[in-house]
Design a protein around this ligand. Structure first.
Ligand SMILES: Nc1ncnc2c1ncn2[C@@H]1O[C@H](COP(=O)(O)OP(=O)(O)OP(=O)(O)O)[C@@H](O)[C@H]1O
Length: 254
């Protein structure tokens, strides 16, 4: 745990000696997260051990909270640098992620008066980015949630520096690799920052059709470290054999 991190170790789910998530922190409970979901139970010990991860679990299973808890356990708000970058495919998803990130930051331990708060910038396509540009000129935010178009624009203008980035998250990675407008920028981003030491990389997706191939590419292309872990929680269960479907046809009589 780095000094100045807004969520203290006691404030997030801790892992016991079996590396199973067992205890729940006050702030996480206050947000209504009383027990970890399956993906969180499996992923948090791996994420907290510092390994790169592919979080593969259905929509709404809690992947966002899993990677945000990692981010809050690592960042040091005393450092004036972008320390976590979350790349999302759409403005809507970006707004949702930024909202949860801000909620967690607001619930964090009250900082000492001299400590700086965690700042979260949403850098999303579809706006003028005027406010973000002035903010970036003044100082870097701690966390950026961005879509590729806006991010690349700011990176090309050198308004963002990612050398101090500790966590890189690519959310809905399957969607981005299948989008002809996003795939080349994503590859470029992944290659550009593969050399940053000390960086943890997380891919999240509800579906990764060829996950073995994807894992191979991650290692070959150095998008992740070689010991990257693929965590697949809640795979779709086959329909129970005894389940029967029936249709009820009702007639409306006037
Ligand atoms: N441990 C938990 N306990 C209760 N609710 C949770 C927990 N973790 C996440 N949630 C809630 O479940 C909902 C879905 O979570 P989240 O957005 O993290 O899922 P996701 O897997 O990232 O979904 P998507 O694939 O759509 O991005 C959110 O409303 C979130 O607040």
């Amino acid at each position: 745990m780095v000094h100045g991190s807004p969520l203290s170790c006691a404030g997030v789910w801790a892992a016991d000696s079996d590396l199973r998530v067992t205890a729940y922190g006050r702030q996480v409970e206050e947000l209504g997260y009383l027990t970890p979901t399956e993906i969180q139970r499996q992923a948090l010990p791996v994420l907290f051990s510092g390994r790169d991860c592919i979080l593969h679990a259905q929509t709404g299973s809690g992947k966002t909270l899993a990677y945000l808890l990692l981010i809050y356990s690592i960042i040091n708000t005393q450092r004036s640098a972008v320390q976590a970058l979350i790349v999302v495919p759409t403005r809507e998803l970006g707004m949702q992620v930024a909202k949860v990130a801000r909620m967690l930051a607001a619930k964090a331990d009250q900082p000492e008066p001299e400590n700086k708060p965690c700042t979260i910038m949403a850098l999303l396509d579809g706006g003028t980015l005027k406010r973000q540009k002035s903010w970036l000129k003044a100082e870097p935010p701690t966390i950026i949630v961005g879509t590729l178009g806006s991010l690349c624009q700011m990176l090309e203008k050198q308004m963002i520096k990612l050398e101090s980035m500790r966590v890189l998250v690519i959310d809905e990675v399957d969607f981005m690799f299948n989008s002809s407008s996003q795939v080349s920028s994503l590859r470029k981003l992944l290659i550009s920052y593969s050399s940053i030491n000390n960086r943890q990389t997380i891919f999240a997706s509800a579906s990764i059709p060829q996950h073995r191939r994807f894992l191979y590419d991650c290692i070959q292309q150095k998008w992740t470290k070689a010991d990257v872990v693929h965590i697949h929680a809640n795979p779709v269960q086959p329909m129970p054999a005894r389940l029967q479907h029936r249709f009820l046809v009702s007639q409306l009589l006037n």
